[in-house]
Structure formats: C-alpha cells, structure tokens
Design a protein around this ligand. Structure first.
Ligand SMILES: [Zn+2]
Length: 460
C-alpha cells in the first residue's frame, strides 16, 4: 500500500545555517506579499472600473492566480522587485507563491461554496514578526545521509539533525520510501525538517482482527477504552502546563510592544516570550507523543475501532470546556485512528454525533434523558448498573460496531447519518435522545457475539 507520510526531525542548525534558512523564509514571504499585492491591485482596479460602468471587455485584464501564472509573473518581475533574487534558491520564491496560490484557491472555493468547513477569508499579508519562518524544497539534492545524523538540502547543504533519522533512512535504504519534498521550519524556538515521503507500506493485520474497541476521549484521562483500560494523560503534562502559566504571567509583567505608543519590547520581555514559546511547544510535544502512542497501539491491536464524532469546533466555543478539550486533542485522536487503522488493515467506525453514548446504559440499553457532565458515575435506574461514566460510553461505542456489522449496510454510524430522519432537526434531536435513535444497540445484538466478516465495512 502506497501512502504519503511525513517524517519530522529536529535540527541543530549552526548560526550561519540559521541565517541562510531565515533568508530563504524571508524570500518566500517577499514573493508571497508581492503576488498578493498584485492580485489585490488588479481586483480592486476591476471593481472600481465596474463601478464607473466600464463594459466588461474594456476592464483591466484579470491576472491568473494559479501557481504557474504566479511563477511566470514573478520571474518577469523579480529583477525589479527583488534584485537580490539570485541569493536564494528558486524554491524559496516557489514556497511563497505556492502558499499564495493555495490561499487564494481556498478563499475562492469557500466563497463559491465548493469548500467544506468554516469560511476562508481573503489572504492577508505576511509580517516578518508574526509569520513562522518556513521554506519548502521540492527539487534538487534532498537526501538523508547514511550516517543517520545529517540531512542534505539544496543551498543549505549538510544539516545536523538533533535526533537519529533511522526510521526514514532504513526505509530509503530498503527502497520502500521516496522523498517528495522537505520543509524547514521553526516552531517553538526549535528548527525542524519535515520530509514528505511516499512510502510503500507492507500489508498488516491487527493482532486481534476480530476484536472491537470503543474509545471515549476523556478529560481526566487521555482516553477510556471499552476494555476497561484507562489511558492516562502523558506524564509531566500537568507540570508543563503549570510552568506555562507561570511563565506567561511573568511575561505579562514585563514591558512588551505597544502599537499605539510605539513602545519597543524590552529584552527581558523578549526572553520571557521565548521561554513561553518553548513551554508551549513542550506541552504540544507531550500531547502529540501521548496521542500517537495510543493511536498506534490501538490500530495495531484491534480490528475495529469505534470513535465518536464530536463537534469539536462547537465544544471549543464552550469556554469552560475549551481548555481541556484542546488539551485532550479530541479531533486529533479521530484523525490519527482513521489513517492508522487503514495502514494496519483494520477499520474505524465513527459514531453519529447525536448518538447518546454517555446517556445509554451499556448493559440494558436504557437511555437517560439527562446526564450532567459533573456526574462521573453512570447509575442505571432500570437495571442498577453502576459504572464509570467514560467506560460506559466506551462500551456503548464498542457495541455500536457489532450493531453496524451484524446489521450489514443498514443504519450506518456515519456522520450525521440519521439527522435528516427527525422532523425537528439536529437541535430537537439533541434535546430528546431516545426512542427515535436508529442506531441504538439492542441488548440482543450485543450478546450475539462475533462479527460477520463477510460483510463489507460500512464506514466509507
Ligand atoms: Zn441498565
């Protein structure tokens, strides 16, 4: 199976190498801003001419904004705009123009309703202070050195990696990986190189292909599995978060920049800012590490993984929950489980957003009308079950997989699968979970035992 995969390594850049990368990132920004100004000027001009009633055929001709057109225009103008252009690799300008072409496409697609998700605004100019320095190389000498401690990139030459490149180097030596591009970027005060790689992955089967696991993403735990396992949050996450809070308090007490008064930031503020950025990066790293370890283990072990389709954007708007949800990386678990299940030959089922996994009794199937978040133990009135809230939810999710499989292509637990069937729409559905639920697992199915393997997965 061929997949596109990223390999990311921290770099130890020497000062002059940092200067070269920053120059390239700056060149990318110049090309981006130049292209944006040009597109914008022509658009404004045409709008103005239209407002005077100029006929359509006499308008200033529109400029193309795909990558090829932008590149052509840039090459024609670069001696004027950036007489120093030869100092940087052409890949730098390409980085900027490619980003611009994508941004413009996203904006126009979003405006035309061709793009899912939140509305995309018109691209904005990049500032030296705010933009993350980054440059992408797609051609030329891109190599991972056999010593597994260095990488080679065009113009930048040999760069030392902070960690071993073994994972990627082995694949390249075995001929199962091909590097498509490399991006050097600074995040959280540290430089990284990310290789975009086409990987030929061996066919895998999970160690327990028949087994089903429901994953409930929690707040007190990273996740709760239907097997009863409570996966704890990564170690040191709490301390790192505390440190982050202390440092940002420290930063706020120092003299920062002020646009209105023209106040320049003090050196002490600048140092505090760097410490805060590093602390943020550490928290993010701990979280990412924990999530990856969990999802890899799940995908390698279980044939079927059931996760919830949580309305993460909506939950993030609830400010009391936002912090913990962002911390737990709710959406990220689903994303990782999805591609890792595919890599490992398993399958993933997403429970409908309105499926009451928390409110249903995992033993008798009774559904509670209400279950406030503070209630941590599920107590069933009809059958007397008392179980940890999250574990109960995880068990319901696992039961859903059996339901979906035994019912064949019946009610699918896909996104919003049964939303249209209720007259009141999603809001009404959310208020009255219960008898109308189509995919509530019945107790008979739950005890029916194994899944029918002849049926196709129904989650795609
Ligand atoms: Zn019950």
């Amino acid at each position: 199976m061929k997949v596109i995969q990223a390999y990311r390594f921290a770099l130890d850049l020497r000062p002059f190498q940092q200067r070269v990368v920053l120059a390239h990132a700056g060149a990318a920004r110049v090309a981006y801003n130049w292209g944006l100004a040009r597109v914008k000027a022509v658009m404004d001009q045409r709008a103005a001419e239209r407002s005077y009633g100029t006929p359509e055929e006499l308008l200033t001709p529109a400029v193309g904004w795909d990558l090829a057109a932008l590149r052509k225009a840039w090459n024609a103008a670069k001696s004027e705009v950036a007489p120093w252009w030869a100092e940087c690799s052409k890949e730098a300008y390409n980085t900027g123009l490619d980003n611009l072409a994508r941004a413009l496409k996203n904006w126009s697609d979003s405006r035309a309703g061709k793009r899912a998700g939140r509305r995309v605004g018109f691209p904005r100019f990049k500032s030296r202070r705010r933009a993350t320095p980054s440059v992408r190389f797609t051609t030329g000498a891109i190599r991972v050195e056999p010593d597994r401690k260095h990488v080679v990139l065009p113009r930048l030459g040999r760069l030392k990696t902070h960690e071993s490149t073994r994972k990627l180097a082995r694949r390249i030596e075995a001929g199962t990986a091909r590097i498509l591009s490399a991006t050097v970027r600074r995040d959280g005060g540290r430089w990284h190189v990310a290789f975009c790689v086409e990987v030929e992955r061996a066919e895998h089967t999970p160690t327990r292909p028949q087994a089903v696991v429901g994953v409930d993403v929690g707040i007190t735990h990273l996740a709760v599995l239907s097997t009863g396992e409570m996966v704890p949050n990564p170690r040191h996450l709490h301390e790192a978060a505390q440190r982050m809070r202390r440092l940002s308090r420290q930063m706020s007490r120092r003299v920062g920049p002020d646009r209105r008064t023209g106040q320049r930031p003090s050196n002490r503020w600048e140092r505090a800012r760097q410490r805060v950025a590093r602390a943020h990066a550490r928290v993010a790293n701990l979280r990412r590490d924990g999530l990856h370890k969990l999802t890899t283990r799940l995908a390698r072990t279980y044939g079927t993984i059931v996760v919830e389709d949580l309305n993460v954007a909506g939950m993030l708007r609830n400010r009391r929950l936002a912090r913990q949800i962002a911390d737990a990386g709710f959406g990220e678990i689903r994303r990782q489980v999805t591609y890792k299940a595919e890599w490992n030959g398993g399958r993933r089922i997403v429970a409908d957003r309105w499926y009451p996994s928390s409110k249903t009794c995992s033993d008798c199937g009774a559904v509670k009308a209400k279950l406030p978040l503070r209630v941590r133990t599920y107590i069933c009135d009809p059958c007397g079950l008392a179980l940890d809230r999250d574990l109960n939810a995880a068990r319901n999710l696992a039961a859903l997989a059996r339901e979906v499989t035994t019912a064949g292509s019946g009610p699918v637990a896909g996104r919003g699968a049964d939303r249209k069937t209720r007259p009141g729409g999603p809001v009404a559905a959310k208020r009255q979970p219960g008898p109308l639920r189509r995919i509530r697992p019945g107790p008979s199915h739950r005890k029916a035992g194994h899944t029918d393997q002849s049926l196709e997965p129904t989650d795609r």
